[in-house]
Every structure is written in C-alpha cells, then in structure tokens.
Design a protein around this ligand. Structure first.
Ligand SMILES: [Zn+2]
Length: 73
C-alpha cells in the first residue's frame, strides 16, 4: 500500500458529490466499496486501478516509465 493513495470506504456522500465511477476504468463504485483517493491526481479510483497505478510509481509517487533500452541505447 502506497502513500500515494488514501483508502476509504465509499460513502453515499462521496458518490453523490464527487464521483460514483472510477476515474480510470469508469467502473461503478457502490456504497461501502473500498476506494482510493489519488493524492497526486486528485481523483478516486477503484482497488484494481490503484494496484495497477502503484506498480508504475516510485516512493515519491512519481510515475516511472520503463526506460530500459530507451535513451541510451
Ligand atoms: Zn478502476
């Protein structure tokens, strides 16, 4: 679990006032689902997308592109 995301259960309040879909995959979010607030992009994502996003981030929550064989080949 990374510090880049704040996990919280989806409340009716969030679903009504902020979003009721994941910001990445647009999957429906139901009350009580675990959702993750992305502190870098300021939106909510589902658990699945949070896990995928975390795999591309370093400890500073920066997106790390795979540059092997890129610039210096
Ligand atoms: Zn998602």
């Amino acid at each position: 679990m990374s510090q880049c995301f704040i996990m919280q259960p989806a409340t009716e309040d969030i679903l009504l006032k902020v979003t009721n879909v994941c910001a990445i995959c647009y999957g429906d979010i139901e009350v009580g689902d675990p959702i993750y607030y992305d502190t870098q992009k300021y939106h909510y994502v589902c658990q699945h997308c949070q896990e995928l996003e975390c795999q591309t981030m370093n400890d500073q929550c920066e997106i790390v592109e795979d540059e092997e064989g890129g610039l210096f080949c």
